[in-house]
Ligand binder design. Structure first.
Ligand SMILES: Cc1ncc(COP(=O)(O)O)c(C=O)c1O
Length: 407
């Protein structure tokens, strides 16, 4: 039987819901950054209060600091179904992909082909495109201009025996489409290409099983998955040996430092484990011990989100006062909904919604190439309403009523 999310339990895990500052307001900018769960906030505070020293030395505070960081690598590995040595925490996804692109210069040669998309956030696009400066051939897999979707045929047309790298989003931060990562990865792997998937817009809706997806590199941002402001990435063992050390020369053998030239933010790395503690608490509250933890939490979140997404899409899809950017079918779609209103600009709409207690955002959200491809004005962009599992039916109703008055 499908388990239903206990929303009151969930909200107790997020301090903003008890904060008078947020009373009466409904939060629809989660694709920009989610609330942090209390487990993360507690760990961050504990780190600063009790173990704010250089980690991994033999004195007590330092040992504890190192242990707190190690817990994060280990718990993320469990939820993502990879090894702890394959998990990395860096300053942000944009920084992580930039570093990765430099690390890949070690094995890509002039003439090698790289496939990028124009559906991606620029973080998983620009860094790869810049490799053209070193002679690599960059090919763009372009979206269908009407739907904003990437079609498999487009990838097949671009793949060749020269393709060495294929990059795409797991989910678009504008059209919300959940892409068939497994199928695309298989196509790329048949030609021996490495696959990088941007999971930033997906992971907040439930952590994926990375081994099952099959990708070589998966990147996402912890501040959109209830955590601190860090980027997480999984780099599978098979690809690691191809990546050039990007840290100081003497750190070449220090696995967790090789791809983090900024140096780790110890407290935030330690706090990251709080995200998994939150998932553990959700799991223990809802399930019996014999259910697989990762998939159970993932599906619980997804079911709750879909139940709230359907009525919102129903309201939006036949509304003559606006256009939904992307699919209006709640299947295969994250609750990240972009619209363009016919009579009100996106900035003006978002501003007007504030008096109805709606927290939302507007713009191109750094997916400027997608916005342009779909013929949308880049400056005004779209108004975006994005939510995660902690949003209630009442929040959805509040948004619908606000839109009803302001469109
Ligand atoms: C889909 C997607 N990819 C990448 C990023 C970049 O993440 P970061 O802010 O951690 O660099 C974002 C940020 O909004 C995003 O939405």
């Amino acid at each position: 039987m499908t388990k239903l999310l206990d929303l009151s339990f969930i909200r107790q895990q997020f301090p903003p819901f008890a904060n008078p500052e947020f009373k009466g307001q409904a939060f629809f900018e989660n694709a920009g950054g989610s609330f942090a769960c209390k487990q993360v906030i507690d760990r961050l505070c504990t780190y600063y209060r009790e173990t704010k020293v250089q980690p991994y030395y033999p004195y007590s505070a330092s040992t504890k600091a190192g242990q707190a960081m190690d817990e994060s690598y280990e718990s993320f590995a469990r939820y993502l179904n990879v090894k702890a040595d394959e998990v990395f925490f860096g300053p942000s996804t944009s920084q992580n992909t930039y570093v990765l692109s430099q690390a890949m210069r070690g094995y890509l040669k002039a003439g090698d082909e790289i496939i990028v998309t124009n559906q991606d956030h620029e973080a998983n696009s620009g860094a790869w495109r810049r490799l053209a400066e070193f002679g690599m051939v960059v090919k763009e897999w372009s979206v269908n201009r009407e739907t904003g979707q990437l079609e498999t045929e487009g990838l097949k047309e671009l793949l060749s025996d020269k393709t060495k790298l294929v990059t795409f989003p797991h989910c678009s931060n504008i059209i919300g489409q959940i892409n068939p990562v497994k199928e695309w990865t298989k196509l790329a792997h048949e030609l021996g290409a490495t696959v990088v998937a941007d999971g930033v817009s997906y992971a907040g809706h439930g952590f994926p099983d990375i081994a099952d997806l099959g990708v070589d590199i998966y990147v996402f941002s912890l501040y959109k998955t209830y955590g601190p402001h860090q980027g997480a990435m999984v780099v599978r063992e098979n690809i690691m040996q191809n990546l050039k050390n990007q840290s100081h020369f003497f750190n070449d053998k220090e696995l967790h430092k090789r791809l983090i030239p900024a140096g780790p933010d110890h407290a935030q790395v330690a706090a990251a484990h709080g995200v998994c503690q939150y998932f553990d608490a959700v799991y223990e509250h809802h399930f019996d011990a014999d259910t697989a933890r990762g998939p159970a939490v993932h599906d619980l979140f997804r079911t709750a989100e879909k139940a709230r997404l359907a009525p919102l899409l129903d309201y939006l899809k036949d509304n003559p006062k606006l256009k939904v950017i992307g699919s209006t079918d709640s299947e295969n779609r994250a609750p990240t909904i972009a619209i363009v209103a016919k009579k009100v600009s996106s900035p003006e709409l978002v501003k007007r919604l504030v008096k109805h207690g709606i927290m939302s955002g507007y713009g191109h959200f750094y997916a400027a190439r997608l916005i342009e491809a779909m013929g949308i004005d880049l400056e005004a962009g779209v108004a975006r309403f994005s939510f995660v599992h902690y949003i209630s039916d009442e929040d959805i109703q509040q948004l619908i009523e606000a839109l009803e008055q302001e469109l």
